[in-house]
Design a protein around this ligand. Structure first.
Ligand SMILES: [Zn+2]
Ligand SMILES: [Zn+2]
Length: 260
């Protein structure tokens, strides 16, 4: 095993990075549970790392620290892969690389904790780790900001922000566009058309942060119609939210009337 101090120096930044991914994953509904789950092994790994630095003679603690960090790493990878912006044709890659990263984390965790490793375990680990490492280069490449979104023969400008329903980052084309992952229809348009008798938006106040399509400055855009303070561009932003209403509470059973 690595020297405990070296393990501490490598482990603490890695766990801090994972925690950063988990905290950002909390805001996306589709990764919230996974992020909460991942924080448990990450926190335990941090504790075990500190413990093994203080008690370097107990080798098992240092093995456990590495093993827990591997499980947290697999979960952090899953959160990252689930919310990274991908073009519609590449969304299926999530189905490949989310489980692959989780398996890689679990296998690596076994590798750390088992005293002897069979050939099968080592081959599996090698394959899973190399696939996961490949995804770390491949996914950011596919996630580059497109200049436009091609819809048939039309090339539409786009803005990137997290889907208000599932939390995955999406490049939304100007006009009406569906989320690449949950299918939520969202309308974002600019410059907003002035219309008379516009119905007043009485839905819950929500806003989304993204770069102004006019000047590129990031700001919070209110749902409905909003205007950039820097360049004066008006942007329309609408989406439908199906608020799940709880069914009306059943009437209490009538008390049996007592006749005496
Ligand atoms: Zn979505
Ligand atoms: Zn602007």
């Amino acid at each position: 095993m690595m020297a405990p101090m070296l393990q501490l120096a490598l482990g603490v930044p890695a766990i801090a990075g994972m925690l950063w991914i988990f905290v950002s994953g909390l805001s996306a509904p589709r990764t919230k549970k996974l992020a909460i789950f991942g924080m448990i092994p990450a926190g335990c790994a941090f504790g075990a790392l500190l413990w093994s630095a203080l008690n370097p003679e107990v080798e098992l603690v240092s093995r456990f620290a590495a093993s827990l960090a591997a499980i947290a790493g697999g979960s952090a990878n899953a959160v990252w892969v689930s919310t990274i912006a991908l073009p519609r044709r590449r969304v299926w890659l999530r189905l490949l690389f989310v489980p692959m990263g989780l398996w890689a984390g679990a296998t690596l965790s076994l590798w750390f904790v088992l005293p002897a490793h069979g050939v099968v375990l080592e081959v599996c680990l090698l394959l899973l780790l190399s696939a996961t490492l490949t995804s770390w280069f491949l996914l950011p490449w596919y996630s580059r900001r497109p200049e436009y979104i091609a819809l048939g023969a039309r090339k539409l400008p786009c803005v990137r922000f997290a889907c208000p329903r599932c939390g995955t980052r999406v490049d939304w084309a100007q006009g009406i566009f569906a989320c690449t992952d949950c299918g939520l229809f969202l309308h974002v348009d600019w410059p907003a058309q002035e219309r008379e008798n516009r119905p007043v938006n009485v839905l819950a106040e929500r806003s989304i942060k993204f770069e102004c399509p006019g000047c590129g400055k990031a700001r919070e855009w209110k749902r409905g119609e909003d205007q950039c303070e820097s360049c004066g561009l008006k942007v329309e932003l609408h989406w439908n939210e199906h608020v799940r209403k709880s069914p009306p509470a059943p009437l209490p059973p009538e008390a049996p009337s007592k006749r005496e």
